[in-house]
Design a binder for this molecule. Structure first.
Ligand code: NAD
Length: 323
């Protein structure tokens, strides 16, 4: 990584624009290279120009100056970036479930993976587009890059939703919690309750000690985390703030070589017997991307849920010829 931190974004829709804003507002990027579809009937050239102007107008209020590069549809300009965010999609197709974009996002990714790879990209991909685990697997397979250099945001966002739900029902601050949603970033994800602790106390112990405070139904809390995205989507036809911050948090862990632990989508290489597909387990994130994948002491029931959560990812990979 050079002295100038260059971050690229593919797709400046709701999510891409919010990632850009989050990165410059937190002072994470020195240079932002932004790309969009700028030709044909679906051209978003005007939208891209507008986002660059709006971001530029906010720079005086940000921690430091940032070079904003409108790269149009010239994906090769992303090759010098330290990190590329993939936010290329068509979110309306995901209004019912995240698989709605399956054929669109895996198809559109083919427009940019090859030119970026051929231009010599050696950085790290952070992929957001849905279905997140499938698209991350595709980037890894088609780019030929080492798997540690491809990160799907996966259940980083859903874990934040779980903490928010837990915080609301218990009254404890969510920063004091370790609580993970694992598996597919989709309907089959699950809360790893056996690994939850607040202030170092396991959830089971807290439930025994404070039955009134912890009288909630775990299934209902898990469902709040699972449904958070749909609740947001129902009201504003997109989700943008939380996912952008989840992605920016991962980028910060990379550029600052933090060895930060978060659930995110990574290549399975035998964890609980799964391999060859991306899905979410807790990962250590640093300058080389995923430095370590943590295998937790899950209960037998949770391990069954993990396998059940890998199944739809595998099925979707088969549907798009990536199995
Ligand atoms: N993983 C998560 O937690 C999470 C959360 C929210 C949204 N998402 C996903 O992120 C993606 C973006 O969401 P959004 O709300 O911004 O969607 P959006 O439809 O508002 O914007 C997507 C943008 O990507 C652009 N695009 C498509 N193909 C492209 C290509 N080849 N090159 C450059 N740009 C391209 C489109 O023109 C569009 O402007 C979607 O797939 C969405 O489902 C994921």
């Amino acid at each position: 990584m050079g002295t100038v931190t260059r971050i690229g974004i593919v797709g400046m829709g709701h999510v891409g624009a919010h990632v850009a804003n989050s990165l410059i507002l937190q002072g994470i990027a020195d240079e932002l290279v932004m790309t969009e579809i700028c030709s044909g009937e679906h051209s978003k050239q005007a939208k891209l120009e507008a986002e660059v102007q709006d971001l530029g107008d906010s720079l005086a209020f940000c921690p430091h100056n940032v070079a904003l590069v409108n790269a149009g549809e010239d994906y090769a300009q992303l090759a010098q970036c330290d990190v590329i965010i993939n936010a290329a999609g068509d979110v309306q197709r995901s209004s019912i479930d995240r698989d709605g974009e399956l054929f669109y996002t895996t198809d559109t990714a083919k427009r940019f993976i090859a030119p970026i790879t051929e231009a010599g990209f050696e950085g790290i991909w952070v992929s957001i587009a849905n279905p997140c685990d499938v698209v991350a697997t595709e980037i890894w397979k088609l780019s030929g890059i080492d798997s540690n250099r491809v990160i799907g945001t996966g259940t980083a966002l859903d874990s934040s939703r779980l903490k928010y739900a837990l915080s609301r029902v218990t009254g404890y601050d969510q920063h004091s919690m370790c609580a993970y949603m694992l598996g597919e970033h989709g309907a089959s994800m699950f809360a790893a309750w056996s690994a939850v602790n607040i202030g170092g106390k396991p959830l089971a112990q807290l439930m025994a000690e404070q039955p009134k405070r912890f009288s909630m139904s775990l299934d209902e809390v898990e469902d709040l985390a699972r449904q958070g995205g749909y609740k947001t989507y129902a009201g504003k036809q997109c989700t943008e703030f939380a996912v952008a911050d989840a992605a920016a948090r991962i980028v910060r862990a990379i550029v600052s070589n933090e060895h930060y632990v978060t659930p995110c989508s990574t290549l399975m290489t035998g964890q609980y017997g799964e391999s060859g597909l991306f899905t979410s387990l807790p990962c250590v994130i640093g300058a080389d991307g995923v430095e370590e994948v943590m295998q937790l002491d899950l209960t037998d029931e949770e391990i069954d849920k993990f396998h059940a959560s890998c199944a739809p990812v595998r099925k979707n990979l088969e549907r798009v010829g990536l199995a």
